[in-house]
Design a protein around this ligand. Structure first.
Ligand SMILES: *Cc1c(COP(=O)(O)O)cnc(C)c1O
Length: 427
């Protein structure tokens, strides 16, 4: 098929995510992806500075991951996870326990970040149900949050354009202001009022960085205080580490920067290095204890057809090995140092503000483009500009960010930085 035919068939048949059905741009047919690059059917190569929606932490088509997938496919591609168990899932649980806080004791498998969030919410809500404190139904979240696109996940996320058609179907949540330099005392006191209510059940948050909300960053000290306050009143804390997990913020988990640990942690995006879809909800002993019963009435009656999928687990184990290697850990530290140096240069640019770095993420806001949001005019300008130059940068409204695979080289970073500076100059 020619590129033109692929484009036409795509237009006829496929409903792409997060976009109107009629768009001014055409979807670009890809032939392959390898390492840092996407290769189009027209022979163009595009550097993937966003890890293809934050999943490909080791770059594309990694041979170790591909081999793990192939070997597992010939051994056992899938088996029902009710009544049976298997080595890839057990191995992955052991591996994840090495990253999770000491108090953590159980791993639950699903297929994506949104599902991992649904499971965490259900565990938190049922925790109170099982303890016969059924009045505990209030939930606290942070303004600007994004936790996924299923109904529970939408309910605890920012109420905005993305969820407007569903407002009548979302459950009530109390949102606190996003913590910034000026409002910390206020945020903490509002928060304490909300969680000290004996109807409060759960606090859910994206630790250190709100991803989809515009790579907005807040301090580990403040998060630590929020968790401590919530736990003082017994409120269950859910850390949505779907984006931040696996080194994105510099440490394996963003909550590694905190002294107080959440009760539930959700992982997904980076977990298989972008090779298979997998979601994890991990809980501590406190949560587990409320479910320790032989009664179905107290069981978490939730599951997915592909739960514990051996292919996903095997590839997650292979990805874990790469992630734990000195090479990968050094790359993470190297990217952070490069971003920090680049941030110093960015701070001198008058067209932008709020330059920020957390681990392997660098982000800044373009001035004068108004609204932060998917439909902002900045996006319509920035995205095609960089694509034409062979760079995949997907701004979040007027926020430009890099969130690269850890294999990106210094030369590749320098190339992307230089193109960003050139873009700013011509604004
Ligand atoms: C992407 C994301 C999700 C949703 O994960 P999906 O796999 O897209 O369902 C949830 N929380 C955060 C913080 C995310 O970045």
């Amino acid at each position: 098929m020619t590129t033109e035919q692929l484009r036409q068939k795509d237009k006829d048949l496929i409903w792409h995510p997060f976009a109107p059905l009629i768009t001014p741009f055409e979807y670009i047919p890809l032939e392959s992806a390898k390492g840092m690059y996407l290769h189009t059917t027209e022979g163009k190569k595009i550097i993937d500075t966003v890890s293809s929606w934050w999943v490909n932490i080791h770059g594309h088509a990694d041979e170790t991951l591909a081999k793990a997938l192939y070997d597992q496919a010939l051994t056992m591609e899938h088996a029902i996870f009710a009544g049976f168990t298997h080595k890839p899932a057990i191995k992955l649980s052991e591996n994840l326990m090495k990253l999770l806080p000491d108090s953590f004791s159980k791993i639950f498998f699903s297929d994506n970040g949104s599902s991992a969030i649904e499971v965490a919410l259900k565990m938190a809500f049922q925790y109170w149900y099982n303890r016969d404190e059924k009045q505990r139904t209030k939930v606290v979240a942070i303004n600007g949050a994004y936790h996924g696109d299923t109904f529970g996940a939408m309910s605890v996320g920012e109420r905005g354009g993305f969820t407007a058609p569903f407002f009548p179907f979302l459950f009530d949540v109390d949102f606190i202001d996003f913590p910034d330099a000026d409002n910390q005392a206020e945020v903490l006191s509002t928060f304490e009022t909300l969680v000290s209510d004996d109807k409060c059940s759960t606090f859910i948050f994206e630790p250190l960085v709100q991803g989809s909300g515009g790579m907005r960053m807040y301090s580990a000290e403040l998060l630590d205080q929020l968790i401590a306050i919530a736990q003082k009143y017994g409120v269950i804390c859910i850390a949505d580490e779907v984006m931040t997990g696996f080194g994105r913020t510099g440490k394996p988990l963003a909550t590694d920067y905190c002294i107080h640990k959440p009760d539930l942690i959700c992982l997904s995006k980076g977990i298989t290095g972008g090779t298979m879809a997998l979601g994890i909800t991990a809980c501590n002993e406190k949560i587990e204890e409320a479910f320790q019963s032989d009664s179905y009435a107290k069981a978490l009656l939730h599951g997915h057809s592909y739960t514990g999928n051996p292919l996903a687990c095997a590839v997650a184990n292979a990805s874990f090995e790469i992630f734990m290697s000195d090479t990968c850990q050094n790359n993470i530290a190297r990217i952070q140092a490069k971003h920090e140096a680049f941030a110093k240069t960015l701070e001198k640019q008058s067209q932008i503000e709020k330059v920020r770095v957390q681990g392997t993420i660098v982000a800044f806001d373009l001035k004068g483009f108004g609204e932060t949001g998917y439909e902002s005019t900045a996006r319509q300008k920035i995205y095609p500009y960089f694509l034409e130059r062979g760079i995949l940068i997907r701004p979040l409204g007027n926020v430009i960010y890099l969130l690269p695979p850890y294999i990106i080289t210094d030369e590749e970073l320098d190339f992307v930085y230089k193109e960003i500076l050139t873009f700013l100059e011509q604004l």
